[in-house]
Design a protein around this ligand. Structure first.
Ligand code: ZN
Length: 152
């Protein structure tokens, strides 16, 4: 099946993160893409089992973080948060022509529940009526800011 533009952007981001060392075990080329729709995580370290999510955004100026990122399904996210489980977050910001790119990282320890904001459930006219997503706020006063990483 053909990948949508949004999925292609996601693939690009996960591949870029895959070239970075694993934040936990420090090995390189061990961060692998998980199967699509694996709840709450996008990559796994094939050596130490480290899990993280990767969000990608297109912006002309990659030096400025987006204020919001689109999350996935709210249900699994809320279940994990209710159990105190947070996943480290990589943020890939790339210019539309892919010439400029930046990589940011926010460890799970520095995330707060307030960052994750549920969206309105989709209306009955949508492809998936009742489905509820969430956004990830990066500009909140209560949250720590992601750090910019070197790109390998
Ligand atoms: Zn690792």
């Amino acid at each position: 099946m053909a990948r949508t533009r949004r999925q292609q952007l996601g693939d690009y981001g996960e591949k870029l993160v895959g070239k970075s060392p694993c934040p936990k075990c420090k090995r390189v080329k061990t961060l692998k893409q998980l199967p699509i729709n694996f709840a709450c995580a996008d990559i796994i370290c094939s050596f130490c089992g480290f899990l993280a999510q990767v969000k990608s955004a297109e912006k002309e100026n990659v030096d400025i973080l987006p204020k919001y990122l689109l999350g996935a399904a709210w249900g699994p996210q809320k279940d994990h948060m209710d159990s105190g489980i947070y996943f480290p977050l990589f943020i890939v910001v790339v210019s539309p022509d892919r010439k400029k790119k930046a990589l940011y990282y926010l460890p799970a320890d520095l995330q707060s529940p307030e960052m994750f904001v549920p969206r309105k459930p989709l209306t009955s006219a949508a492809k998936r009526p009742g489905w509820q997503g969430f956004t990830i706020r990066l500009d909140g006063e209560e949250s720590h800011k992601p750090v910019r990483l070197k790109i390998a």
